[in-house]
Design a protein around this ligand. Structure first.
Ligand SMILES: *Cc1c(COP(=O)(O)O)cnc(C)c1O
Length: 376
């Protein structure tokens, strides 16, 4: 039987028309990424400033070799949940290494960063509790908060006075409280004032979960939160998520985080690649320093506030304008994807430039010149 004419079909078509009308429809485009921050699209070779592969490790021969060897030895897939038969030995090695890197007792690897955040918060707080989330928190932090059933309150982005006010107002009636923030904000590239947030958390007996997806391997870690989560898919060039915490907290999450318990373990290749990447990250500090140096070079050339991370936003405002600027840059050989609502708040569509250790100074300068030229 044909699907056309059903209410589902009508619903989908109407929604797509709406998305098209507001320039918010998203489309998949085949893209082949290669070493040196290059990407091929529609038969053209572009310099990519849109990858989160900040250290250029996704195409590093050592990382690729580790993934190949793990696949040959352990197979392509984990074959089950880690609590059943999917816990191949590479995962324990990776967790030990992650915990050491973060100065924590233990770590737990999830299927992705999204799954980690979907599981951590509901394992720790519930309907009698409070979650306070920075207004610019990533979608998966909100998803975990909602699933938990806790009262969810947003505080103004990086605003300590607002956080204190909300803790004063909401904390007393609640059993437990959890603060959610990011070390480096994914779409703005700025950093959270963590020492101050951690001090506030202590005053109110609240716990803090920091999402380090864009910080690991790129910015100096600074203050550590009791719960540090992140992804293996950005600076580590692989796939998967993790949380680092005390032994007891990790043991609790192992039993209680549903997005850990009821899903298949990470494929051996992903774990081995992340492990190899983490070793390189620690052994080559000059590589880890490079994205921030390049980001600061770019902000200086564009007359923007000095970059705090490898992420540099160029605010445009309207979704159409961001798409047009992105297309104009693509015509000049640069892949800089436009970021539109709901990924960012309405009226703040932007280009999000991500710098990588794989970029050359000349590539960064050429991008700066193209942006200046197009915005003049
Ligand atoms: C990318 C990202 C995630 C999700 O990580 P994945 O491993 O890609 O699922 C979580 N939080 C932030 C801030 C991110 O940018």
């Amino acid at each position: 039987m044909s699907d056309s004419g059903t209410s589902l079909e009508t619903f989908a078509r109407e929604k797509l028309t709406e998305l098209d009308a507001s320039a918010l429809r998203r489309r998949l485009r085949p893209t082949i990424r290669t070493a040196g921050a290059l990407a091929e699209r529609d038969g053209r070779r572009l310099i990519s400033f849109s990858c989160n592969d900040y250290l250029g490790l996704a195409n590093d021969p050592r990382v690729i070799a580790a993934a190949q060897a793990a696949t040959a030895r352990y197979g392509a897939g984990a074959g089950g949940s880690r609590l059943v038969t999917g816990n191949h030995p590479l995962l324990a090695a990776l967790e030990e290494r992650l915990a050491r890197h973060k100065g924590k007792e233990a770590a737990l690897v999830f299927g992705s960063g999204y799954l980690a955040n979907l599981g951590i918060t509901p394992a720790l707080v519930g309907p009698r509790d409070l979650v306070l989330a920075d207004a610019l928190s990533h979608s998966c932090l909100w998803a975990g908060a909602r699933v938990s059933g806790a009262e969810v309150v947003r505080f103004r982005h990086n605003d300590l006075a607002d956080l204190r006010r909300l803790l004063d107002r909401h904390r007393p009636a609640r059993r437990r409280a959890l603060i959610l923030t990011e070390r480096v904000f994914s779409m703005d590239g700025d950093r959270a004032p963590l020492p101050e947030i951690l001090a506030l958390a202590e005053d109110f007996d609240a716990w803090t979960l920091v999402d380090d997806a864009h910080g690991l391997g790129v910015v100096e870690p600074g203050a550590r939160a009791p719960l540090e989560m992140g992804t293996l898919s950005k600076s580590l060039g692989s796939y998967g998520g993790y949380v680092c915490a005390s032994r007891a907290v990790v043991d609790l999450l192992t039993s209680r985080a549903r997005s850990f318990v009821y899903t298949t373990g990470l494929p051996p290749a992903s774990a081995a690649a992340a492990l190899a990447a983490l070793e390189i990250l620690e052994a080559e500090p000059e590589r880890a320093a490079r994205p921030l140096v390049l980001a600061r070079r770019l902000t200086a050339r564009l007359g923007l506030p000095e970059a705090e991370s490898a992420v540099v936003p160029i605010l445009v405002g309207a979704a159409e304008g961001a798409l047009a600027l992105s297309a104009a840059l693509e015509a000049r050989g640069f892949l800089v994807v436009a970021i539109r609502p709901p990924t960012v708040p309405a009226g703040t569509a932007r280009l999000r430039i991500a710098l990588s250790a794989a970029h050359s100074e000349a590539q960064v300068d050429a991008l700066a010149e193209a942006v200046r030229d197009l915005r003049a």
